[in-house]
Design a protein around this ligand. Structure first.
Ligand SMILES: *Cc1c(COP(=O)(O)O)cnc(C)c1O
Length: 387
């Protein structure tokens, strides 16, 4: 049975008429830069993130860059970020001229190891970027305590976690800034690139808003050197069509994750990924564990497959059966060629083994019962064939 990693048409074409109406509305408005479509969407996303301000931008990447620019981070500064993340998190730090300082991950949550971050704080450290990877919160109490102790700004990279929460607090609005992406594979996937920056601080938000349009206010009077980071009204209008369905998309992802956990946990050799090393070495497959007091939105359902070459063997096995999967992420940031100058040679063992063991399987909202059953069967066959 064919099971794609993600089926965008299943989601988008169900809303075809409303999407076309939204397109028509923008077409006839004659307004193609910022304006009420963007403002309405900014307000809605800010509310979801528990933040006072939303600033619609060109991408999740630009949201991170804009946050760093608004914080005046640049040459001579250091910013802590996880090594096990998507490139944009670290890339934006380097683009400002600052130094990304790579922090190891927690094996159970895949997220920032705050104890390792604490060891890497220096007098030059200005900010920390916790990433809420795969739809689950980083340990935000620990992150905020570290930030308070050292006077650091916190940029939550919530690209994969719109609507997720840490102890009843929505992600994005906890730190100084929060950033979101509407790249098509995110939980709220758009029709091209766009993103959102959120914040509670009035002054920093205003500064980010000015930086979004070349740092000018009023027009042609430049207070800062900014850029063009504006979200399109067309993206905002189309995403607004999907927004009322977002709680349903999320519930379906959560149900799919619960299904996988229930059925995969029954297989011999499969255990929950609770981060303990003894379990890791014994288990054939580790299932992602949702932290009990945090709301996980399952952007990805990510298995750990320990043992040399076994993860790639599982991926090939799934591909043979027409089942999509993806490796997020095969190379940690401290091993990237472009960051060679920043890597200090310290050990980041968890990031290394997560990069070698992690594989994400289809958890998208529209997956059918037959399809997710086929995924479980294929994994079962893989484990049987191995013995
Ligand atoms: C997708 C993603 C980004 C970047 O978002 P874009 O909209 O693709 O620029 C940043 N960080 C993380 C963790 C992401 O998953």
């Amino acid at each position: 049975m064919n099971v794609p990693l993600l089926d965008l048409n299943a989601q988008n074409l169900a809303l075809e008429n409303e999407l076309k109406d939204a397109f028509d509305r923008v077409l006839h408005s004659g307004r193609f830069i910022l304006g009420p479509e963007v403002e309405g969407f900014e307000g809605d996303v800010a509310r979801m993130a528990g933040a006072r301000h939303g600033i619609g931008v060109t991408s999740g990447t630009d949201a991170i860059l804009l946050a760093l620019m608004a914080l005046d981070i640049g040459p001579g500064d250091e910013v802590l970020c996880p090594s096990f993340t998507f490139f944009a998190t670290a890339g934006c730090i380097a683009r400002t001229g600052a130094i990304p300082v790579f922090v190891d991950a927690e094996p159970a949550s895949f997220n920032l190891d705050v104890a390792d971050a604490a060891r890497k704080v220096s007098p030059k450290t200005k900010a920390v970027i916790p990433v809420h990877l795969f739809g689950q919160s980083a340990d935000m109490d620990a992150v905020m305590a570290l930030a308070d102790e050292h006077g650091l700004a916190v940029i939550e990279d919530a690209a994969q976690s719109l609507g997720a929460a840490y102890r009843d607090r929505p992600l994005g609005g906890i730190g100084t800034f929060g950033t979101f992406s509407f790249f098509p594979s995110k939980n709220l996937g758009g029709f091209g690139d766009s993103g959102m920056l959120v914040a509670n601080d009035d002054e920093l938000s205003e500064k980010a808003r000015i930086l979004r349009t070349h740092g000018s206010k009023p027009k042609y009077y430049h207070k800062y050197v900014g850029g063009n980071f504006r979200m399109d009204p067309l993206q905002a209008a189309l995403l607004q069509v999907k927004l009322p369905h977002y709680p349903d998309y999320t519930e379906r992802r959560r149900a799919n994750a619960a299904f996988y956990t229930e059925h995969l946990a029954r297989l011999p050799g499969v255990a929950m990924n609770n981060g303990r090393v003894d379990e890791t070495s014994a288990a054939a497959i580790l299932l992602p564990q949702a932290n009990g007091d945090c709301r996980h939105i399952w952007n990805q359902y990510t298995l750990r497959v320990p043992g040399n070459g076994r993860r790639d063997a599982l991926r090939a096995h799934l591909a043979e059966r027409g089942i999509g999967s993806e490796i997020y992420y095969p190379v940690p940031m401290h091993r990237q060629e472009c960051f060679r100058e920043f890597y200090r040679g310290d050990a980041l063992p968890v990031s290394e083994y997560l990069a070698a063991e992690a594989i994400s399987i289809p958890v998208f909202p529209e997956i059918t019962e037959d399809q997710r059953g086929a995924v479980v069967e294929a994994i079962k066959d893989f484990l049987v064939a191995e013995r």
